[in-house]
Design a protein. Structure first.
Length: 442
């Protein structure tokens, strides 16, 4: 590469990925085949419109690529319709609003602070600006065991009171299985569209390691780069139940994406999605999906045994959410994330249900097993990772986030200085590096 600056940065990123362990549950490693298609000659083409109905010439090959991606998605998820053009998950979700609602209509979704997504109606999102949003939360987990945290009685009460046009089910930080049938009962009772955002669990669903929402909901949205292990992109699917509710729903989705929100699709991205869907249809992918869950549960047990509090009492999918409030007080997520960064374990700070701090200084951390499982790690490696996490938490457990807003920035800045001087963390970093390099990334 002639651009030495970019080349150097890419090499640094490759080194970071190889020598560390990726625990962010929304990240994964795309295969060599997926990445090669992303840089193919398809990147040069403009294909505004849909297959056989383009606004530009020369799209005979792009048409076949998109049709192939559509058909593979329909077969894999068992749906009659799929749109594979969304650039990413957020525009895919916003297209659902355009297809089913008018500005000002009432919609319902899981609150961001309780593990939901920005596009499910949070106030700072366009979905919360242009629509009247009602947010539902989670129950307090009192048993310490894995249990469904949704209060369906309260969700039903809100739905009956507010009469939403659209209800979302799906999250970015929920560690348990979704019971889509319970949400369907509520949506059907109030006559709402029910949309399942399966961005996090799509790969688990097609691999048979998580229930599918398809029999229960009208619309399904997903990104393609998380557990599905494809390129950054998204899809919107309409179910038989959705078409039964609204015969024009598929057409409305298409129009919402183009011309409603986007111009020409990224043909290289569409082709890479098609490759990822082909890979996900193989028997080896089913083994991979189930291993993700096994790894997540193994990691959860180590952390619980080590004294950490897990939201939901454990994990039933690819994700764990650690509530650090009992260990280090409100706002501790930033300390644990930064300290784990130093040793090469990458995760993200995250709010927890009944958060006592703020999204910028949250009280938890979110981690998961899709990427490490892609590298071939199993339960034995999860035990090592869990033990390393516990050791890092032990090193920083004395830190407490100041209550005064003006003091927080300076305190965290000094904390980062302290991390660089911590010899114990340096030793842990070397141990993690030696383990990580044994497992190749695609």
């Amino acid at each position: 590469m002639k651009d030495k600056l970019i080349s150097t940065l890419i090499k640094k990123e490759i080194k970071r990925q190889k020598e560390g362990i990726e625990l962010i549950p929304s990240e994964n490693y795309a295969s060599t085949e997926v990445r090669s298609v992303l840089s193919s000659y398809l990147v040069n083409k403009y294909s505004e419109g849909y297959p056989k109905k383009r606004y530009y010439g020369g799209n005979e090959n792009a048409d076949e690529v998109e049709i192939l991606a559509q058909e593979r998605a329909k077969k894999l998820f068992k749906v009659p319709f799929a749109n594979v053009q969304p650039y990413s998950g957020s525009p895919a979700n916003f297209a659902v609003y355009l297809a089913t609602c008018k500005p000002g209509d009432t919609v319902m979704g899981q609150a961001l602070i309780a593990g939901g997504h920005l596009t499910h109606g949070h106030t700072v999102s366009a979905t919360g600006i242009f629509y009247k949003t009602v947010q539902y939360g989670l129950k307090k987990n009192s048993s310490g065991k894995s249990e469904d945290l949704f209060d369906y009685k309260e969700i039903r009460r809100l739905a009956l009171e507010c009469k939403p046009k659209l209800i979302w089910v799906g999250a970015t930080a929920y560690p348990l299985k979704f019971h889509y049938d319970r949400f369907a009962e509520i949506a059907d009772e109030v006559g709402a569209y029910l949309a399942a955002d399966i961005a996090h669990v799509a790969g688990l669903i097609v691999g048979g390691a998580h229930p599918s929402p398809v029999p229960h909901v009208h619309i399904v949205t997903t990104t393609t780069h998380k557990t599905l292990r494809g390129p950054r992109g998204a899809m919107i699917m309409v179910t038989d139940k959705g078409i039964k509710k609204d015969a024009d729903l598929a057409s409305k989705i298409d129009k919402a994406i183009f011309p409603g929100l986007q111009g020409g699709p990224h043909d290289n991205q569409t082709a890479a999605i098609a490759v990822a869907l082909h890979e996900a249809a193989q028997s080896s992918f089913k083994k991979y999906a189930h291993q993700i869950v096994k790894n997540s549960q193994a990691l959860a047990q180590v952390l619980i045994k080590g004294g950490l509090t897990l939201v939901g009492g454990g994990s039933e999918n690819h994700l764990l959410l650690v509530d650090l409030t009992p260990t280090m007080g409100p706002g501790a997520g930033v300390f644990v994330q930064k300290a784990l960064d130093v040793v090469g374990l990458t995760l993200n700070k995250n709010t927890v249900p009944e958060e006592l701090s703020s999204p910028y200084y949250p009280s938890g951390v979110r981690l998961g097993t899709p990427a490490s499982t892609t590298r071939g790690m199993k339960e034995k490696e999860m035990k090592f990772i869990g033990e390393m996490i516990l050791k890092v938490v032990d090193e920083v457990k004395a830190y407490r986030l100041p209550k005064e807003k003006l003091e927080k920035g300076a305190y965290v800045k000094q904390f980062l200085v302290d991390l660089q001087k911590n010899k114990k963390l340096t030793l842990l970093r070397n141990q993690i590096k030696r383990m990580a390099v044994k497992y190749k990334i695609p």
